[in-house]
Write a protein that binds this ligand. Sequence first.
Ligand SMILES: [Zn+2]
Length: 154
Amino acid sequence: MLPIGPEHYMQEHNWEKVRWFGPQEKWGDPCKMRVDLIMYMDALRHYLGHPIHVNSGWRETGDRHPSGGAMDGYIQGVCLIDQFLLLERYPDHDKILGLGLYPHWNTPGVHIDMVKPGRWLAYTECIGKDEQGKPIYKQKYTALSWESIKKYCL
Ligand SMILES: [Zn+2]
């Protein structure tokens, strides 16, 4: 990965140039988000004409989010398969390296990153029951494919 200096992270003057997102959204820490990701998301949002809800941006844990080059969210009013198709049809889509689908979220959505290549689908599996007899679910991952889309998203 390329070395990234402080100028590659969103500062106040960078946020002023963003049309469709703001630092008050759930980025974790808006100053730790990478400029290239936010500018990409802003251009994508403009192109799509649909609001994009931010669930999460920078965070300490995971292998992609701590760099500030990843976000989780959803395109409002669009089912997950259509979110995926809109992202893949966007002319500049090859700038997205990592893309994950999350059909089990309250509002199904996507992970997008500029950190490293990967395509996956997340799902949950019951791994037992707690003391009250409630099922315990663990998030798991599988390759994004027509088979996994049919199994978990349709
Ligand atoms: Zn994520």
